[in-house]
Design a protein around this ligand. Sequence first.
Ligand SMILES: *[C@@H]1O[C@H](CO)[C@@H](O)[C@H](O)[C@H]1NC(C)=O
Ligand SMILES: *[C@@H]1O[C@H](CO)[C@@H](O)[C@H](O)[C@H]1NC(C)=O
Ligand SMILES: *[C@@H]1O[C@H](CO)[C@@H](O)[C@H](O)[C@H]1NC(C)=O
Ligand SMILES: *[C@@H]1O[C@H](CO)[C@@H](O)[C@H](O)[C@H]1NC(C)=O
Ligand SMILES: *[C@@H]1O[C@H](CO)[C@@H](O)[C@H](O)[C@H]1NC(C)=O
Ligand SMILES: *[C@@H]1O[C@H](CO)[C@@H](O)[C@H](O)[C@H]1NC(C)=O
Length: 646
Amino acid sequence: MFWGALLLLLSSNAVASRHDADLMSFVTLPEVRALKWEIQHYDRERMAPGYIFVAPYGQISPEHPTQKYQQYQVGPYIYDDSGMLIWAGSPMYDNENTFDFKPVNNIDSKPHLSFVVGWAADHSKKGHGALVSQHYEVEKEVQVINDLHDFNMHEFNILEGGKTALACTYRNARVNLADFGRPTEESWVTVGGFVELDVATSEVLVQWDSLDKIALHESNMFHASDGVATGEPGWDYVHINAVDKNEAGDYLISLRFTNTLYLISGQDGSIIWRLGGAESNFDQDFTFSKQHDAKFVSSNGTHHVISVLNNASDERGNDENTSSGLVIELDTSVNPMTARVIRRINRPDSGLTRLRGSFRPLPNGNYFVGWSERGYSSEHASNGDLLMTARFTSDRYSTYRSFKGEFTGRPVAPPDLVANVYGTDDKDTTTLIHVSWNGATDVVQWKFYAQSYDRGDPVYIGSTNKTDFETMYIADGYMDWVSAQAIDAEGNVMHTSKVMRTEIPSNWISAGWIGATSGPSPDDPSIIAAANDASKLSSGSSASDKGTEFINDSTSNSTGSIASSDHSAAQYADAKEVAKAVYKAYDIIRGIGSLLVFLLVVGVLGGAGYAIWRSVRDRRKRSYQHVPSEEGLPTEEIRLTSTGRE
Ligand SMILES: *[C@@H]1O[C@H](CO)[C@@H](O)[C@H](O)[C@H]1NC(C)=O
Ligand SMILES: *[C@@H]1O[C@H](CO)[C@@H](O)[C@H](O)[C@H]1NC(C)=O
Ligand SMILES: *[C@@H]1O[C@H](CO)[C@@H](O)[C@H](O)[C@H]1NC(C)=O
Ligand SMILES: *[C@@H]1O[C@H](CO)[C@@H](O)[C@H](O)[C@H]1NC(C)=O
Ligand SMILES: *[C@@H]1O[C@H](CO)[C@@H](O)[C@H](O)[C@H]1NC(C)=O
Ligand SMILES: *[C@@H]1O[C@H](CO)[C@@H](O)[C@H](O)[C@H]1NC(C)=O
């Protein structure tokens, strides 16, 4: 991954010329190009709490490895309900397609994530069902049964308690065509089934398929007049696309090409009933077809409530004019059994969902629908009122399903930070800091620190509220060795970035530098911060929290107290002079490479600085125990060394 990122950096000019206004880009995560996600609110107050989970893909079959050195786009992504990116999961599986990405809150007290990872383009990997912690660490990779080509993309349904999970299976078989009145012929068909797997061991606990149980004539895709398939995979005659299980231990499956939902006995695998299609066992006041994502909402011995996305048409015609989410109530205690629609959610744009999709009730009674193509999704109140629609800005991507749910993300990886210095002379240098923390929810603020050398005390240089995935902060002066703390709503430090060197222009003169020297040298952050603070206090400005707030930081007493407030901009400039003198000494030492001389010179110049600045602040005497270990490396290399994730 590190080399991939390096390659990307080197080739970024070529990439930038592509049409890409529909993708986000980040200074801190240059390897990621997340899709822009457009949200239209209709009634925000009534929306359910939570984040939106999508897994954009460009094409269902895996992309060829030659495409791999593009920046990361496809994979699992989390957005908030204003469209802000929360997590770009595309680097996690190296741009592999992922499907059925959702929050999983039925395992223990912690939130988890699950998704299906697709097979590799060269068929070297079959894909798997992934269970990931709220720290974005892989907890389980549930493997495919040996004789299957891949972990089927439709479903990775982790059941209550997290011990077992359901998946769909597609397997090829030769069947006799007697059912089509052609007893002397055989054809290859794709048999649809499901498995219940042990999440810990991938062991198959239950296995069922349509062979000998669902007759060819139930299919609406293949008919008695069709020519036989002489090779694999053959007729995809049932096309299973969803499986769920109720407390009684029976399984609900959706077969798209029979327009039917089936309840399969957990005892003996027999078909308990059919809902929909030509052989429905129910008296029903509605139709559905080409359905997706059938799930139990509730189920007891006699009554079942089921949610399903009714795609309502296929390539050959529309059964209804618009796709819809349906909540269906079944009563199996009466004769005939009845099926009634108790909620219908029509697609807000009255369109038809041409590809895939999902439909789920939310815990607060709202509904969330994934209409799939271009990520089109909508949230509705329990009475059906439209509250929100969303879609990718890009028309090049879709998501198989999309979900909404509550989630708390706490990445183990620290926040990513990049700092750059700009300026035309010593008096106007500013340090531009970008910070992000991929996957973290609930960050409300960033606090920024700089050090005068790698092991120096972090000096607080300012803070700003988090307003987007990536936050920018502009600090006065040339701050080097910069770091940032992510702060939650209670003011707690959630995590701290690595300490990063500040990048400089490759050529100061061509970047507009007109100062006396050939470019600035880093400022001592404690001097700048103190001077800055003094000048801001004296000028009475402090409405914003930027750069004016000093905190009680256990790692540093060097922020100290402000002794006097009648110092201002002139002193700020003086402070920079002192800082520069100290830095120069430091610079000389670097050349000589002698720690002893270094300590001597710093002793002298540092002492002078102390004298001048005693009136401004009490500064803790610093102890230089360590010569920066990354000295001598070009800035770019240092940055990569510190951010490179293998
Ligand atoms: C199942 O649910 C229905 C509807 O809520 C209720 O009328 C019925 O009594 C329940 N049956 C059992 C066996 O709990
Ligand atoms: C579909 O739309 C057409 C034309 O708008 C209308 O005539 C027809 O009744 C509609 N069909 C259904 C099932 O709503
Ligand atoms: C339903 O899905 C099928 C297969 O993806 C698609 O061909 C069809 O157009 C979809 N139906 C509608 C109403 O768009
Ligand atoms: C930062 O967020 C806090 C809490 O939401 C708010 O009170 C404050 O005004 C914000 N500060 C700025 C500069 O927007
Ligand atoms: C700093 O800490 C002291 C003692 O813990 C406390 O009294 C003071 O209010 C704190 N100041 C700020 C700005 O939090
Ligand atoms: C900071 O100063 C206080 C009081 O002067 C002292 O008790 C504390 O140990 C110091 N903390 C550090 C990290 O030096």
